[in-house]
Design a protein around this ligand. Structure first.
Ligand code: AMP
Length: 214
């Protein structure tokens, strides 16, 4: 089950990916998460991508493709994977086709205002990556991760004004990629203005319909 998830920042993609990843035992591979982690750990890769990530600029294709290729060819991806945040350029999409065959591409959509409301209340755990929402998915103890007890943070790029700008950039960046997969007949559009559990059930229904799960 080799999947690509596409959607604007804040749509809930991370939450859907985690649920599907757990249910079917395939890894959720977010290039953004990989880069943030490498930067936090101060690795060589982290140092190479820091400049771009901190400015919201695209990391050069050669670097991203090299990272993704390594991950996808590792044993952890033998049953499949969910790619999140990759591909982000046509070049990356073409390179991905050389690495492996993609089964399905989910495109998550919702009006911008729905996204802004979701995102401004979002909290994440800097240690284990768990995601919360002040209103809809509050942690048991305010501000503390249920899973590992680490104080939660609001990602800098979850600020409303940053979200609007990133939405604009998302639309621009992903238009050719969405077209690319639409033409290949791999694109499945999912209305994500609904509750996360409804969206997740919808993804599962599609996976079953397409014969990717039993
Ligand atoms: P994200 O969490 O997906 O928004 O990614 C955070 C940042 O990591 C982006 O703003 C880029 O700087 C970088 N990044 C993540 N994925 C890619 C990609 N596929 N191509 C280029 N840069 C990326």
């Amino acid at each position: 089950m080799r999947l690509v998830f596409i959607g604007p920042p804040g749509i809930g993609k991370g939450t859907y990916a985690k649920a599907i990843s757990q249910k079917y035992g395939i890894p959720h591979i977010s290039t953004g998460d990989i880069f943030r982690e490498e930067i936090a750990r101060g690795t060589e890769l982290g140092q190479r991508v820091k400049y771009y990530v901190e400015r919201g600029l695209l990391v050069p294709d050669e670097i991203v493709v090299e990272v993704v290729k390594k991950v996808l060819q590792s044993p952890m991806c033998s049953k499949g994977f969910i790619l999140d945040g990759f591909p982000r350029t046509l070049k990356q999409a073409e390179e991905l086709d050389k690495i492996t065959k993609i089964d399905l591409v989910f495109l998550f959509e919702a009006p911008l205002e729905v996204i802004v409301e979701r995102v401004s209340g979002r909290l994440v755990c800097p240690k284990c990556g768990a995601i919360y929402h002040i209103k809809w998915r509050p942690p048991k103890t305010p501000g503390i991760c249920d899973v590992c007890g680490t104080p939660l943070i609001r990602r800098k790029d979850d600020e409303p004004e940053v979200v609007r700008e990133r939405y604009r950039i998302y639309k621009e960046t992903f238009a050719p990629i969405i077209e690319y997969y639409r033409r290949k007949g791999l694109l499945v559009e999912i209305d994500s203005s609904r509750d996360a559990n409804v969206v997740i059930a919808d993804i599962e229904r599609v996976l079953k319909e397409k014969g990717l799960t039993k």
